[in-house]
Write a protein that binds this ligand. Structure first.
Ligand code: PLP
Length: 353
């Protein structure tokens, strides 16, 4: 038998989460499937999102694969062209490019053919990562609108703090001010803005994390938002033992028992994508009961407290995250965010739906 760790992808949860998106926003949905659909498997997730109006990712090869398996919706490349050689591929496969830099405009200018390319012009309204400065937008718009290869321009921006108390007001105002001069479709909202700021919905919303059943907000749970976990990472206990007072567990002996206690070792470690920085006390389910991790996370193993789970034995099921054990809680305990944990699922973990 193979190692018992596995990730089960719950596609009915994904569809539930898409319904939550639709309940909040009547805009078209550009489902974000970058990073292998946040670690869930691109083709599996794309297959279940056929009713989304678009899919957004980063890799032109992946986009072509989606076309090859029959996706007819808009496919948006969030970082656009990486070289001049990408441009013909966008035309051939009818891919939509984010244009965020003068370099990309130059590659587009060098493209000799007359083709109906659709582009999304990215405006930097404060994230300061990608995008044209507001003052440059009029000239760039002129160039794109008169470009022989460009059929349609959508205006987009991305929020830096939609999930935080300060919100989106400043960036939204700047974007709206610029966009008011054009009759162009618009796209602004990530999951946090979609859930919290209806005035950002516009023509296209771009949900990522909420589709996978995780909350974009530190202080609101996925459950409160009506979201269901899509990835269920589970394993089994492969060893159970008793510690006496003073016995310690694992590397660095960072957890030591102060009484006799039962512990278990399960088949999951940082080489599976579990965060090595998860400290003693990180929540975890054994036999459906909530307990805590103990000591350092090893490459392939992890220890758990079985004090209150007397029926636990070798072979007992352990849920690292998923239904009943929100990945957001595990992430918080490990000092990170769910995005990082989901994306880091290791290739050696078998994934099924
Ligand atoms: C990743 C990403 C999103 C989705 O963000 P979530 O917080 O996962 O909803 C939306 N827009 C852009 C440009 C992105 O890079």
């Amino acid at each position: 038998m193979s190692r018992p760790i596995q990730a089960h992808i719950d596609l009915s949860a994904l569809k539930n989460n898409l319904r939550v998106v639709r309940r909040h926003a009547s805009a078209k949905v550009m489902a974000v499937v970058k990073a292998n659909a946040y670690g869930h498997g691109l083709l599996r997730i794309a297959g279940a999102l056929r009713e989304a109006e678009g899919l957004a990712l980063l890799d032109v090869r992946e986009a072509i694969t989606l076309r090859d398996v029959g996706f007819r919706q808009t496919i948006l490349l969030l970082e656009g062209f990486f070289s001049k050689d990408d441009v013909p591929l966008f035309a051939e496969y009818e891919l939509t490019a984010v244009i965020h830099s003068q370099q990309q405009l130059a590659w587009l200018d060098a493209y000799p053919r007359k083709n109906g390319l659709s582009v999304w012009l990215k405006i930097n309204t404060g994230m300061n990562r990608l995008g044209f400065m507001p003052a440059d937008v009029p000239a760039v718009m002129e160039r794109l609108k008169s470009h022989r290869a460009v059929r349609e321009v959508t205006l987009m921006t991305h929020f830096a703090q939609a999930d935080e108390a300060v919100g989106v007001a400043k960036q939204l105002e700047l974007f709206n001010h610029i966009a008011a001069s054009y009759h162009a479709p618009r796209s602004l909202a990530n999951s946090a803005a979609l859930l919290r700021y209806p005035n950002t919905h516009s023509d296209w919303v771009r949900p990522g994390i909420m589709l996978y059943g995780s909350s974009p907000f530190a202080e609101v749970s996925a459950q409160e938002l009506g979201l269901q976990a899509v990835m269920n990472l589970s394993s089994e206990l492969i060893s159970v033992r008793e510690l006496r007072s003073g016995d310690c567990v694992g590397y660095a002996a960072s957890f030591c028992a102060d009484n006799t206690m039962r512990i278990g070792t399960l088949a999951c470690g940082y080489a599976d994508g579990y965060p090595r920085h998860a400290p003693t006390g990180t929540p975890i389910l054994v036999n459906g009961k909530r307990t805590r991790t103990l000591g350092r996370v090893s490459m392939d193993m992890l220890a758990v407290d079985l004090s209150d789970i007397p029926d636990a034995q070798v072979g007992s099921r352990v849920v690292l995250w998923g239904a009943g054990m929100p990945v957001d809680e595990v992430a918080r305990a490990a000092g990170t965010i769910s995005y990082e944990l989901l994306c880091a699922l290791a290739p050696r973990v078998s994934v099924s739906d």
